[in-house]
Design a protein around this ligand. Structure first.
Ligand code: FAD
Length: 427
């Protein structure tokens, strides 16, 4: 039997239970990645921006090399989307597809398309910290409010799966596969902005699994985790927060691997509020994944998961371009938007401030803001992005019905010496 292993947000060999399962299924295993469809958003820009594509290409390049070292290779169909996978499966006579399960609607529709073409699909949930089988409730009963979710999760000690080692061998790809289908990079990386807090164009910050593992080890060998809670809200700085998100987003790193390294750090250097808080933030990531599973397409509507379509949700599109291009006239907001566009990364605090500004000060459309983040972010993750935007807009899971950040107060508190504003005063 020939099995197609479809890498989605799990572009790694280690701690990839779905890949291991696929390897045990057939005599032939064809590792593939889907080709992206070039797409224009309704807001007038391309859906996938250069930073995101560049970082993803690094992840894929690392994956291709790792597969080659096992005598395999990475393939990519010529046709974009699920149609390409279906064609490739037909070409090599594969009847089975194995992949990680993702709960967002588009990702679910891709699975349906494969099944509709007669393929047998095994989608294995493996991207959250806490596997569905270890939750104290059914995924569809996930509490909407994060604090309640966390309370229920923390009633018993959190025990994610023990990370798996990379497979030592993999079944060979079918001999009939056309060599022209081998994955090759076709993006020209965006030049490095020296001000970047995540310089993904340089050696230690690249998107591949090896760089992710090196960063994980370096971060937890250092003193940074011991102070994370005090530094995480700073506006820029390389180690003020963990910087795991880009590697999590491309799947070069798993949440279970982070948890395991965190516990080893605590055993060696001691546990404190800060080390606890790293795990706490990873629970937010899990919560947004489960909320996406529960509400699906509702999270992509103007009114989000709320029932009513109140006046508050009648956004204006005026001003969006000024916000997007960092030309609002508010120095902190413009600084943040420049950093985002120039580097593909933005601290959590700045994400909250600029999102709130678009929604609550400019009365802009939160879906447009979410789409611009999708274009820019090297750590774009549909669950976290849509969930956070909806939360700030008051159409998601915030029990206080939305978060408004006073930008002047934020500037005083988080940028008292104007260092950040001065750093990003120019595009
Ligand atoms: C409007 C908005 C959009 C966002 N879009 C994304 C996105 O597309 N992808 C993404 O990964 N994160 C997103 N976030 C969450 C958060 O800003 C980033 O995860 C974080 O800044 C990444 O940097 P870090 O890895 O150093 O985070 P750390 O502070 O070190 O946190 C550790 C990990 O916890 C998780 N985490 C932390 N905060 C959040 C949060 N609020 N929601 C979900 N997970 C969290 C991430 O996996 C992160 O890597 C968004 C936040 C906002 C306010």
């Amino acid at each position: 039997m020939t099995v197609l292993y479809w890498f989605r947000q799990d572009r790694r060999l280690a701690d990839n239970p779905a890949l291991c399962q696929a390897a045990g299924l057939g005599q032939r295993l064809l590792p593939v990645t889907m080709r992206l469809e070039p797409e224009q958003t309704v807001w007038g820009f391309e859906r996938h921006g250069p930073h995101r594509l560049g970082f993803e290409a690094q992840a894929l390049s690392g994956l291709a090399q790792a597969l080659e070292s096992l005598g395999s290779a990475l393939y990519q169909p010529k046709t974009p989307g699920a149609a390409g996978l279906i064609e490739l499966a037909r070409d090599v006579g594969a009847t089975h597809v194995v992949c990680e399960a993702l709960s967002a609607p588009e990702e679910q529709a891709q699975i349906q398309a494969l099944k509709g073409a007669g393929l047998s699909v095994l989608a294995i949930e493996q991207s959250a910290l806490i596997g569905h089988d270890r939750l104290p409730f059914a995924p569809q009963d996930t509490p909407d409010v994060f604090s309640e979710f966390r309370r229920q999760i923390e009633r018993t000690p959190i025990k994610p799966r023990t990370p798996l080692a990379a497979p030592a061998t993999l079944p060979k790809p079918p001999a009939t596969i056309n060599a022209a289908s081998r994955w090759c990079a076709n993006v020209s990386p965006r030049a490095l902005d020296q001000r970047s807090a995540f310089a993904w164009q340089t050696e230690p910050w690249q998107g591949d699994e090896q760089s992710a593992q090196a960063h994980l080890a370096r971060y937890f060998e250092g003193h940074w985790p011991q102070h994370y809670k005090q530094t995480r809200n700073r506006l820029s700085g390389t180690h003020d927060s963990t910087k795991f998100s880009p590697w999590l987003a491309v799947g070069a790193l798993s949440a279970a691997q982070i948890w395991s390294a965190l516990k080893a750090h605590e055993a060696k250097f001691g546990a404190n509020d800060s080390t606890y808080w790293i795990g706490f933030e990873l629970l937010w990531r899990d919560h947004f994944r489960l909320i996406m599973q529960r509400y699906g397409a509702q999270l992509f509507r103007t009114q989000g998961i709320t029932v009513s379509h109140s006046r508050k949700h009648q956004p204006s599109t005026q001003g969006f371009e000024r916000w997007r291009l960092g030309q609002t006239g508010h120095r902190l907001i413009d600084a943040g938007m420049r950093e985002l566009a120039s580097t593909g990364y933005l601290s959590n605090r700045m994400r909250q401030i600029v999102a709130s500004y678009l929604i609550h000060e400019m009365r802009g459309h939160w879906l447009a803001g979410a789409a611009w983040f999708e274009h820019c972010l090297i750590d774009f993750d549909v669950h976290s992005n849509q969930g956070n935007w909806a939360y700030i807009a008051g159409v998601g899971t915030d029990p206080r019905a939305g978060r408004q950040f006073n930008p002047d107060k934020q500037a005083r508190e988080h940028d008292p010496d104007e260092r950040y504003r001065n750093l990003w005063s120019q595009p």
